[in-house]
Design a protein around this ligand. Sequence first.
Ligand SMILES: Cc1cc2nc3c(=O)[nH]c(=O)nc-3n(C[C@H](O)[C@H](O)[C@H](O)COP(=O)(O)OP(=O)(O)OC[C@H]3O[C@@H](n4cnc5c(N)ncnc54)[C@H](O)[C@@H]3O)c2cc1C
Length: 374
Amino acid sequence: MTKQKEYEYIIIGAGVAGCSTAYFLSKYSKSILLIDKNENVSAGASGAAGAFLSPLLGKPNKFKDLISTALRFSTSFYKELNTESFKNEGVCRIPKNDDYREKFESYKPFMDFEYKILEDGYFFEVGSWVNPSEICDLLTQKINKKLNYNIDSIKRKDNIWILNDEIKTKNLILCTGANTKLIKEKYFDIRAVWGQKIDVLTSTNVKFNYHKECSVSKAVKTQKDNIYKVFIGATHHRFDSKEAYTQDIINEDSLKLIDLANDIIKLKDVNIIDIKLGARASSTDYFPMVGSLIDSKKSFEKFPHLINGTHIKDDMLEKIENLYVINGVGGRGFVLSPYLANELVENIINNKKIAETITTCRLFKRWAKKQKNK
Ligand SMILES: Cc1cc2nc3c(=O)[nH]c(=O)nc-3n(C[C@H](O)[C@H](O)[C@H](O)COP(=O)(O)OP(=O)(O)OC[C@H]3O[C@@H](n4cnc5c(N)ncnc54)[C@H](O)[C@@H]3O)c2cc1C
């Protein structure tokens, strides 16, 4: 019998989170396997995304700080890839009504990125767009992959993770997006926010990306004169499963997206050529979850007073050994993932501390307190 190969790292999930993780990890290890149940990378939410990169506007808060930090990191990361699949051509942000116009005014002292007043809104040069499948392909072109392969079980034996009773790895990284079946921890509460994006042909030459109530991309030339491709996204539905997505809802959403786009810029001779659906993975507090998974059973055994809200330092909580996650990147996966993947890899390899706001600890502690009344 041939000896089964054992990997140093296996990443489950080849969306932008898993592909970014594989990319940064490959600087340190040659023994990586990227697994996905789909035939191609970027076939989950990542394949449905716009995928626009745009600043978050608002008064200072921790979430805005995270998005701005990630946007800076990811924009220069995509630029360094030197690829046509990343287009940094700016975004015009238009307030959706008078209330928002007032809000935007009040945000002016707190803008994290340069802007100028343009048309009916604010133009940010940092705004950009990536081709999701091309970027995921590029990030993983040198990575060993096993596609079209669903992981049903993960087990731990003799300090090794065994997947589907046949593939072994020392370290396991779960980047499975809205599908969290492999994670048995109850505090790991990820909710799916389904959404739709459409690609259209139009005779209108949209000059740059816009965002109002939806995003409209800059026009991409086609082989036909005066016919351009434009991407419009996205809608939001809290469905429990894809089955809830009826053809009627898809049709209504397509019309709604075209209406919202026309409210920004009148698109002439519109013809829908592609519709994509995907489930964004959203955590209960909208911050992502990155790093080791807390072992709730062992942590409770060690610190029974956790249930009373007693403060325990994050480092003291029991972690599931050599199991890591990146999840909860919500509607900003292409902004967050390269930044978070780099943070995770630096944590695993060089022990760099992960910021408290994005660890799994915060949700574990919140959940632990709630167990008292149960
Ligand atoms: C319509 C729409 C528009 C969007 N627009 C934008 C945008 O403009 N800008 C932006 O930044 N973000 C946008 N997003 C959000 C972005 O797409 C997501 O945040 C991002 O794609 C999530 O990446 P992920 O890698 O976490 O998840 P996914 O891309 O869903 O990847 C998870 C992968 O794990 C695989 N998997 C799960 N379980 C298993 C298993 N047991 N075995 C094997 N494989 C498994 C799945 O097949 C999947 O490929 C949009 C999302 C949608 C739906």
